[in-house]
Ligand binder design. Structure first.
Ligand code: SF4
Ligand code: SF4
Length: 500
């Protein structure tokens, strides 16, 4: 249950703005909690005056939701903070039925082969140009006449998304990325523990650093080694398919999950080895005994408070840095903020580790509530090793991002919109250097492609500046005629093989 401490409330309305259920109102210059409050604790965390507290008391008839760590207490007739669950006569019910069928089946043309008849790598460029593309080839595949149209299109709307599977903090999201002093991209939001960069994009390519950006995109896409500098951050040596080198150190492991997920995965083994575990992580630090997974294996809160900002039970936000688990914590003793000796016992062992299992230290609670480091026991080390053994190797990967919805379509068809529609309907397949693409929904032909699947060294750049990608459209001959394709320019595939 949530209570307002009237002498502290300043009626600032922050709780009103942040409450996910609209359960706080300001009445007579005081926050007042309404009946639909689910004790999610959001208001407790946002109140700058500590005027709101969560107490253990639970309102009669409430159902406790265990579907996520928030653990809402939902009164009859009301919904949880996420609006997914309702308390119907004391039972928690999901607010919508399971959708058994996907909404819209793609009308993919199964007659199209998985691969193009030929790739566009090495095809040459005809762009911007309304002449037919350099190669339009036809062949019969499984009894069906198929056409592949290839070109090498200079794409000024292009870039590369780099995924760095490593735990180290490289710099703030939104920070600029420099190559030899020129801005070529920015740091993007992290993707489940992987650092993300975006190099290029139309405005950078058309700006004063366009050449440097185009060259960087192409070198990365062709799996060459590139050194980049993050604004107020790290120096990165990156090569697709290889281990990332951050500030001169080759990263070894990608984290197994956040600190909370790590506790969730290994709670039973942890509980059998030590009285408490703190898994340090720059996103969520996990505290075993307080965590839902700890409770599941019979633990009760140990009295230890980790060094982080509390999120939900056993989950604390970490601050990014160059220390353990990508946090600012440089020494394991700093992982413990305090120990409540009314709950804890002297001699209690606390394992401090990180989500990659690269480091581990054992602490022991002293009679005065401080902690001291002691040698790692075999059982504690086994937990650290278990985490490390479940981590994937650190590596760099990349997707090239481009758009071929512009004049690159002219070499394919006299009705460009029909090509776009055929691609979105799955009746024409776009591949890049022979590799499958993901087409973004909506208008245009915006695609993503895994550069490691593309024919080797297939990307180039032109000083317009733009990057040049091999582009292939494959469809049935009938479809090609239907979309206004240059059918008179179709050559048989064997003639291409013979160099005609
Ligand atoms: S605990 Fe959650 S639902 Fe209740 S008033 Fe605070 S923010 Fe709203
Ligand atoms: S799943 Fe929804 S209703 Fe359940 S605890 Fe989490 S936020 Fe609350």
């Amino acid at each position: 249950m949530i209570i307002i401490q009237k002498d502290r409330c300043k009626a600032c309305s922050l709780c009103v703005k942040n409450c996910p259920t609209g359960a706080v109102k300001i009445i007579d210059k005081l926050a007042v909690v309404q009946e639909n409050c689910v004790s999610c604790g959001v208001c407790v965390r946002v109140c700058p005056f500590q005027a709101i507290a969560r107490v253990a008391e639970i309102a009669a008839g409430s159902a406790s939701c265990r579907s996520c760590p928030v653990q809402c207490e939902i009164k009859p007739g009301f919904e949880g903070a996420c609006r997914r669950y309702s308390n119907i006569n004391g039972t928690l019910v999901r607010n919508r039925d399971l959708v058994l069928e996907s909404q819209r089946a793609r009308t993919a043309d199964r007659a199209i082969p998985d691969r193009p008849l030929t790739t566009g790598a090495g095809a040459g460029t005809e762009y911007p140009c309304c002449r037919p593309a350099p190669h339009i080839v036809g062949d019969t595949v499984d009894g069906i006449d198929v056409v592949t149209v290839v070109t090498e299109a200079p794409l000024s709307y292009s870039g590369i998304k780099i995924k760095i599977d490593a735990n180290q903090h490289i710099g703030e999201e939104g920070a600029k990325i420099f190559r030899d002093g020129a801005v070529v991209g920015m740091v993007e939001p992290e993707e489940y523990g992987s650092k993300m960069l975006y190099i290029g994009g139309a405005s950078i390519l058309s700006g004063k650093n366009g050449f440097a950006a185009a060259r960087t995109i192409v070198e990365l896409a062709n799996e060459e080694r590139v050194t980049l500098q993050v604004e107020k951050g790290s120096t990165l040596e990156l090569q697709v398919g290889c281990v990332p080198v951050i500030d001169g150190v080759a990263e070894k492991k990608m984290r197994v999950g956040c600190g909370s997920a790590t506790v969730g995965m290994f709670a039973r083994t942890m509980s059998e080895a030590v009285e408490e575990v703190i898994v340090l992580d720059h996103h969520i630090i996990g505290l075993l005994s307080e965590h839902r997974a700890g409770e599941e294996v019979g633990m009760r809160w140990s009295g230890v408070v980790p060094n982080g900002r509390k999120s939900t039970r056993g989950r604390y936000f970490g601050d990014p840095g160059h220390g353990w688990g990508g946090t600012h914590i440089e020494h394991p003793l700093e992982a413990v903020k305090s120990v409540d000796m009314a709950v804890a016992q002297a001699g209690m062992k606390i394992l401090v580790t990180e989500t990659t299992g690269q480091k581990g230290a054992l602490l022991q609670v002293q009679p005065d509530g401080s902690v001291a480091e002691i040698p790692l026991t075999a059982a504690a080390k086994a937990i650290v090793d278990l985490i490390a053994d479940n981590c994937e190797e650190a590596r760099v990967s990349a997707v090239y991002v481009g758009g071929t919805g512009g004049s690159a379509r002219a070499g394919v068809t006299t009705f460009p919109i029909k090509l776009s529609r055929a691609v979105h309907a799955g009746e024409a397949k776009l591949t890049i250097g022979g590799a499958e693409t993901f087409i973004l929904p909506g208008g245009g032909i915006n695609f993503l492609v895994d550069v490691e699947q593309v024919a080797p060294k297939a990307f180039t750049w032109v000083p317009t500046p733009a990057t040049v990608a091999p582009v292939e459209y494959t469809m049935t001959r009938n479809k090609y005629a239907e979309i206004g394709g240059h059918v008179d320019a179709i050559k048989p595939l064997p003639s291409l093989r013979q160099g005609k």
